[in-house]
Design a protein around this ligand. Structure first.
Ligand SMILES: *Cc1c(COP(=O)(O)O)cnc(C)c1O
Length: 387
């Protein structure tokens, strides 16, 4: 689709082989888990590179090396959750600083910005990042950070990475991209000049709905030095066992993403024709209003889609009850298909005015498409929609 394609075979190999510290004691082919809080010194001032697990742990280091390689950063800190990663990054700032971000970012990020960091003296502008005029108006030299999330959740709106990052860079403003929705397989923010990339590894990177985690990936060494200091000082690093699970999950990132995408595209095309569905939001549909931009900056469309249900025909609750393979649940990015109601579930913490402003309605349904058989998933949806 674009120049990122040439990275694909490379990424498959990196996902499997990078940061895998094979065990020299017994020759295990996988990285051992080191469940230890501390590491003994051979002599004063002499250890094997690790002293205390909050600051560093070999299992976590293996994961960090792997994620840094996939994103193309110079280093990575693996954190306890995605929110822990985002919290750490906000601590690059100090009271009085200003952040520009989208009005349709992840609900938990919105809450952290609006209800926690605002009280610490940091100010935020939540703007429509698809509108170049709003972007130019908001991104002035006053801003210290631009926070980008693309595609957005749940309506899959796209932010122009080259345009927005380019503008911020020309004013020497730090740019951060939350790349959770596409994973480095389908989108590489560093190629567009981003300074920092964050992930909720809870989602596609781990991919098996069995752990929560996050990652901060650094675009240069200075950012890495400060970031590692912050993650250690704040105490938000990831536990060794959780790091091990994410490292295991990442090895199958590429085949999982391919299947998520193929299934999501098939479902989106099918729903677009369904008489009980009013509208479908999916970056892989030619009907997406930003399809040209999508082709330019993404090398795939991902596994998330949303649609507007015709609630005169069927209510969300009726739909959810009739489904067999789609569990009614928040979160996303796992091998199993999930479905949910953003208005009352994942995005409820935004409050009604912000929900309305971002275009989410009581009829919006969000789907995290899993890797099951596409025909089974389509059949399940058809059956449930028709009643
Ligand atoms: C889930 C999510 C987060 C938060 O991650 P947690 O692991 O739940 O703390 C942040 N950003 C995006 C885009 C997410 O989907």
């Amino acid at each position: 689709m674009n120049k990122q394609n040439k990275n694909r075979p490379d990424l498959r190999t990196k996902a499997v082989h990078t940061g895998v510290y094979k065990d020299s004691s017994y020759n295990s082919v996988t990285t051992p888990i080191y469940p230890t809080s501390t590491f003994y010194f051979d002599a004063l001032g002499k250890n094997k590179g690790y002293d205390y697990t909050r600051s560093g742990n070999p299992t976590r280091s293996a994961l960090e090396e792997n994620i840094a390689a996939l994103e193309g950063g110079v280093g990575c800190s693996a954190t306890a959750t995605g929110m822990a990663a985002i919290t750490a990054v906000l601590f690059y700032l100090k009271p009085g600083d200003h952040v520009v971000t989208g009005d349709d970012i992840y609900g938990g990020t919105y809450r952290l910005f609006a209800q926690v960091f605002s009280r610490g003296g940091i100010s935020f502008d939540f703007i429509n990042m698809r509108d170049p005029r709003a972007v130019r108006k908001a991104i002035t030299a006053k801003a210290k950070m631009v926070w980008i999330e693309t595609p957005s959740n749940p309506l899959l709106n796209i932010v122009d990475l080259e345009g927005v990052i380019g503008l911020a860079r020309s004013k020497k403003i730090l740019t951060v991209v939350d790349n959770t929705f596409l994973s480095p397989y389908f989108q590489r923010p560093f190629d567009f000049g981003a300074d920092i990339v964050v992930h909720s590894t809870t989602k596609y990177l781990n991919g098996h709905s069995d752990v929560v985690g996050g990652a901060v990936i650094y675009g240069n060494k200075d950012l890495e030095t400060r970031g590692r200091f912050l993650v250690n000082a704040l105490g938000v690093s990831e536990a060794p066992f959780d790091a091990w699970l994410v490292l295991r999950g990442i090895k199958t990132l590429v085949p999982r993403m391919e299947t998520h995408q193929a299934n999501a595209l098939a479902i989106a095309r099918h729903l677009e024709q369904h008489k009980h569905v009013k509208k479908v939001y999916y970056p892989g549909l030619e009907s997406h209003p930003q399809y040209a931009l999508i082709k330019k900056q993404m090398s795939g469309f991902g596994g998330m889609l949303a649609f507007e249900l015709d609630t005169k025909k069927i209510t969300p609750d009726q739909l959810f009850k009739r489904l067999k393979y789609f569990s009614l649940a928040e979160s996303l990015g796992g091998v199993e298909s999930l479905i949910e109601h953003p208005w009352s579930m994942s995005h409820a913490s935004m409050g009604e005015p912000a929900l309305k402003a971002s275009g989410i309605t009581k009829e919006t349904i969000r789907v995290s498409v899993g890797i099951e058989g596409a025909q089974d998933l389509i059949g399940d949806l058809d059956n449930a929609l028709s009643g």
